[in-house]
Design a protein around this ligand. Structure first.
Ligand code: CA
Length: 230
């Protein structure tokens, strides 16, 4: 079974949503535990650490961000955020605070299951310490710093190379503008999102077959980018 019996902790105050999630996730072969508040969620996670936490940002007792930050003090496995349509800013903040991904309510179960599969693949199937990363027709030899598209070496500037390898390292995961700016240009640098867009556009021209319809660097509207995971 693709879900591998992984244990998922759902922290969500709305009982109908919890019930729906439990039924659907169990159908898909996951083991599910539930918590209806931030306090209970933190206690449940500490008591029996799950393989993934699904965390609603709108909890009655605590700010979801606080729950997230408390979890991230020790919890390394994936955290998926459930956010409401009017919580755009909180969603970005949660990703900045170490959440792996999100779905926006109302979400489809198919979408949530797909996100879970990607998150678990990253958490449990990190490849051997090879020096070559291959996604689709794109190949990066990290030791030699050579990037090939369909077997042909291409030239990247140092910033483009750093941006590409940062994205590939986190393939499948949503990366916020702030995260990428910090990783590529460093914490002191106050580069604007505009700057990032320019470099992403340049990179797309070099690695994408059709940069208007990118296959690798996908735009997450208002949030950042997601590098295709396969
Ligand atoms: Ca809620």
């Amino acid at each position: 079974m693709e879900s591998g019996g992984y244990h998922i902790l759902v922290i969500e105050d709305e009982q109908p949503i919890r019930r729906f999630l439990r039924a659907s996730l169990e159908d898909a072969g996951y083991r599910v535990s539930e918590a209806a508040s931030g306090v209970d969620g933190l206690r449940a996670a500490a008591g029996q650490p799950p393989d993934v936490v699904v965390l609603d940002l709108g909890l009655p007792d605590q700010d979801g961000q606080d729950v997230l930050m408390r979890l991230r003090e020790w919890y390394r496995s994936p955290i998926l955020i459930l956010s409401a349509r009017d919580q755009e800013a909180q969603k970005v903040q949660a990703l900045d605070h170490g959440a792996d991904d999100y779905v926006t309510k109302p979400f489809s179960m198919g979408e949530l299951l797909a996100r879970l599969r990607v998150a678990l693949r990253h958490a449990h199937h990190v490849g051997p310490e090879g020096t070559t990363v291959l996604i689709g027709d794109l190949e990066v030899d990290l030791a030699a710093r050579i990037v090939r598209v369909q077997g042909e070496p291409i030239h990247l500037t140092p910033i483009e190379y750093k941006l590409l390898t940062t994205m590939m390292k986190h393939a499948g995961k949503v990366l916020t503008h702030r995260f990428l700016l910090r990783e590529v240009w460093g914490p002191q640098d106050s580069q604007e999102n505009h700057y990032l867009r320019v470099f992403v556009a340049g990179l797309r021209r070099k690695i994408e077959e059709d940069s208007a319809r990118p296959r690798y660097i996908l735009t997450e509207q208002g949030v950042g980018y997601r590098f295709a995971s396969e």
